[in-house]
Write a protein that binds this ligand. Structure first.
Ligand SMILES: O=C(O)CCC(=O)c1ccccc1C(=O)O
Ligand SMILES: [Mg+2]
Length: 370
């Protein structure tokens, strides 16, 4: 694969609502759109690093820096035949997974376009339709959460995830169960807001038949999660704690979780996402695709990886129109049926960029050539 040019564009996309988690809130989503040009085609992906280091250590600025100073120069001075070569090329660079994933993902898109196949097919995906859920943030009142649950259940979303934090947890879950019943596929995401001191709260949550509790304990822990898992019948799902396939192997071996959330950015790319998927499949650990408030470009990548068979639990890839007045892909990523997204079968990510919309959001551009 001959790479002729790489373009980075920093975009600021205003959200249609304030998205709050236990670690902070987002009203304007920052992202870096990566475009890799070669042999008459162009591949796209986005960096999901956030503006501040509260979900992970990366930020928009560090991702830009790592790509510009270390990753793009490597791409221009190496022979690349397949996207797996990119994964190998970046391996000596420690962490900075979101920066790595953005470049590797754009090259996966470019590679599948050059082959004339969909990204889903290039990854070994099998599904033509995926079930999706929705992630509801922390709201000022429980009633406001209930209103959102009602609206999104009406749109057919197949999983309702609510964000929790100490003081805004059991009450929310109880209210949802009382109002909407036991049948709602419901889970809670704590984004590391609890410690083992909160065992009593976790045991209370355990009474509500949740599909899982996501990342209750520290972002860098798998030991206490194993202890907690032994105290609960609800499966623990790890998000922040899993950065690569070895983390997944150790967490499974220790019994730290029963489910893993795969985010392509957090694990450093689609190649590593596939490895984690395969490992989990071999151990009967279901996986699902998490979200990072992506634009349509990141959503398209999420759809492609979710087409792999062990993504058996609906992920967080909701429709573009929930987040954006206007997305940066033509027509947005929209539900084809209640709670379902189509897996495109056209080459690459299967979505065309909306250059006019990009023009409205872009605040910085740089081009790199060999
Ligand atoms: O709607 C989405 O994109 C998922 C939102 C979400 O839950 C989330 C958003 C930003 C950072 C972390 C997380 C998370 O899954 O923990
Ligand atoms: Mg999470």
């Amino acid at each position: 694969m001959k790479i002729e040019r790489i373009e980075l564009q920093q975009l600021h996309m205003p959200l249609r609502f304030r998205f709050e988690t236990s670690f902070g809130y987002t009203t304007i989503k920052e992202l870096i759109l990566v475009s890799v040009y070669g042999e008459g085609e162009v591949g796209h992906a986005e960096s999901v690093a956030m503006s501040a280091p509260y979900y992970s250590e990366e930020t928009t600025e560090t991702a830009w820096h790592m790509m510009e100073k270390f990753m793009i120069p490597k791409l221009f001075t190496s022979e690349i035949e397949t996207p797996e070569d990119v994964d190998r090329l970046f391996a000596p660079i420690r962490r900075n997974n979101m920066a790595k994933a953005a470049l590797e993902g754009a090259i996966w898109d470019l590679y599948s376009k050059q082959k004339g196949i969909s990204l889903a097919k290039a990854l070994g995906g099998e599904k033509s339709v995926i079930d999706v859920g929705i992630s509801i943030g922390i709201e000022p009142t429980v009633d406001q959460v209930l209103a959102k649950v009602e609206r999104h259940l009406g749109e057919g979303y197949k999983k309702i995830k609510v964000k929790i934090k100490p003081g805004f947890d059991v009450e929310v879950i109880r209210a949802i169960r009382e109002r909407f019943g036991e049948g709602v596929p419901l889970m809670a995401d704590a984004n590391s807001a609890y410690t083992m001191e909160h065992l009593d709260v976790m045991k209370e949550l355990d009474q509500y038949g949740l599909m899982m509790i996501e990342q209750p304990l520290a972002h860098d822990d798998i030991i206490d999660h194993a202890k907690l898992q032994r105290e609960l019948s609800t499966p623990i799902c790890l998000d922040e704690s899993i950065h690569n396939v070895d983390d997944a192997r150790k967490a499974i071996e220790l019994g730290s979780c029963g489910i893993i959330n795969i985010k392509v950015g957090r694990v450093g790319g689609l190649t590593e996402s596939k490895r984690i998927h395969d490992l989990c499949q071999a151990h009967d650990i279901p996986v699902w695709c998490g979200g990072m408030i992506e634009s349509g470009v990141g959503r398209a990548h999420n759809i492609a990886i979710t087409s792999l068979p062990n993504f058996t639990i609906p992920g967080d890839t909701a429709a573009s129109s929930r987040y954006w007045e206007e997305d940066i892909v033509e027509n947005g990523v929209e539900l084809m049926a209640p709670g379902q997204l189509a897996v495109p079968d056209s080459p690459g990510i299967g979505y065309t960029l909306n250059q006019k919309a990009i023009g409205n959001y872009v605040i910085r551009t740089a081009n790199f050539r060999p």
